[in-house]
Design a protein around this ligand. Structure first.
Ligand code: HEM
Length: 441
């Protein structure tokens, strides 16, 4: 069937068999910028095919809202992700699970611990973590990146396993995710390097989930477990008479996801804030003036100060916009065929919301490359849409950890600026406005 006859959305012309494989990668350009460049040529939607698999790139907030939000009943599945789930063993991470009852049970369980009304119960832990972070910064400011990782709770095990996940998802080289048959290539086959790597990596992936949970279980048995998400949910489920092997697995999976999904992402957000401050000393000065005026110099900021610090809030919004941590969010997939603006969208289409393109749209955010917190200080109605609406994905799959993550980042921003200046070691050679490729940049 030709493209025209099927009335698919516009996109580059596919080649036989490989489809648009050559079009989707562009050397020396980030994937999200390359996809964004298609907007000029094809409009809000770009349709491509790779080895017969349909992909739809959404380059505007209108398209993500219309499809991923309003039609979320059929736009909330995930691609199969063979490499990541089956070969590397990440299937327990519900971020990758198919739109199913199993996923729903995970999402519901997770939500009980991270909904807005509950995240404030973590404030004390976050404040203690922040004080520790500030002391570490005083002792050894050059290792700021290590202190940020420690503050957000990511230890090296999570980081190693995650680095491999990001590599597998982000590189685009692991064709196994688009050609499922590759899964059955034996590991000794030349070129099957990914399978050997996957076997090696899956050990870390399971350790990441099982080691902390087994320790927690043994602490529970000895009545020594600290209050935490896992303890809370486990106790409540037990009291409701619903704790069986299935629920225990769900709780274990959710606890591990809570720990890893926030690791590299929240770290990336705080790194970008540090970079913004180095490159924009004026914004830093203005933020510090606000902190001095509102809080004074005798105490550290607390969550109750948040509504009174609009410029700090604007800095957080602007970091989320300026360098989105997950520039292409996480791909969704359709479960049914659909028609949108007269175009046919096949069932099983991978749908990518281009967060970066939305948050760098010059018509909505003028001079998008410039770090300008002031853009969010305009009165309601004049201010552009808040980046939190896009930076954490879309619809039924939107990041359930976003309230927790933004609290963690807000506190890091307010606390750091209340006691320290962030400046470059070498004023002649400023760091560049640059970010890494990958699922979490
Ligand atoms: C700056 C920090 C973070 C960013 C930018 C971020 C971003 C995202 C994005 C883009 C998605 C996919 C949404 C979609 O499919 O449309 C997602 C999913 C998810 N995030 Fe986050 N996240 C962050 C922090 C966290 C934290 C701290 C947690 C846990 C406490 C968390 C837990 C999850 C989970 C469990 C999912 C899977 C949701 C599902 O598939 O149903 N995230 N996140």
């Amino acid at each position: 069937v030709t493209k025209r006859r099927r009335n698919l959305p516009p996109g580059p012309k596919p080649l036989p068999i490989i489809g648009n494989l050559k079009d989707i990668f562009q050397k020396d350009t980030h994937q999200w910028q390359h996809f964004a460049s298609w907007k000029r040529k094809y409009g809000d939607l770009t349709y491509v095919e790779v080895f017969g698999k349909s992909m739809l790139i959404l380059n505007s907030s209108k398209a993500t809202t219309d499809l991923l939000e309003r039609r979320s009943a059929i736009y909330s599945d995930r691609p199969d992700m063979i490499m990541v789930n089956d070969l590397m063993g990440w299937y327990w991470d519900f971020a990758h699970q198919k739109y199913s009852d199993w996923w729903r049970l995970h999402r519901k369980t997770f939500h009980t611990g991270f909904q807005p009304s509950v995240v404030s119960t973590y404030h004390d832990i976050q404040l203690r973590g922040m004080e520790h972070f500030l002391r570490n910064m005083l002792k050894d400011p050059e290792d700021f990146s290590g202190h940020i990782r420690h503050y957000t709770g990511s230890v090296s095990l999570a980081s190693d396993a995650l680095k491999k996940l990001v590599e597998a998802v982000g590189s685009g080289n692991y064709l196994v995710d688009v050609i499922p048959a590759l899964k059955y290539v034996p590991a000794w086959f030349p070129g099957a390097k990914f399978k050997r790597l996957a076997d090696e990596w899956s050990k870390d992936v399971f350790a990441l989930r099982d080691v902390p949970f087994n320790r927690f279980k043994s602490d529970m048995e000895k009545n020594r477990a600290q209050p935490c998400f896992a303890k809370d949910i486990l106790t409540k489920t037990e009291q409701a008479g619903q704790l069986d092997t299935k629920m225990e697995e769900v709780i274990k999976n959710c606890a591990s996801v809570a720990y890893l999904a926030g690791a590299d992402t929240t770290v990336g957000l705080i790194f970008s804030f540090f970079l913004a401050m180095v490159l924009h000393p004026d914004a830093q000065k203005r933020a510090q003036e606000e902190l001095d005026r509102v809080i004074g110099r005798d105490r550290l900021p607390d969550f109750k100060d948040r509504p009174h610090l609009p410029y700090i809030e604007a800095c957080l919004s602007e970091v989320l916009r300026w360098m989105p941590v997950t520039p292409l969010a996480v791909p969704h997939q359709t479960t049914q065929p659909d028609i949108y603006e007269g175009y046919h969208i096949p069932a099983g289409t991978v749908v990518i919301g281009n967060v970066w393109a939305i948050l760098h749209n010059p018509e909505v955010y003028p001079d998008p490359e410039v770090f300008k917190p002031e853009r969010f200080l305009l009165t309601e109605g004049d201010a552009p849409p808040h980046p939190i609406n896009y930076a954490f994905g879309f619809g039924r799959r939107i990041c359930p950890g976003r309230h927790f993550a933004t609290n963690t980042a807000w506190l890091a921003i307010a606390a750091t600026l209340s006691v320290y200046n962030i400046s470059p070691l070498d004023k002649e050679n400023l760091p560049k406005y640059e970010c890494t490729e990958g699922a979490a940049s």
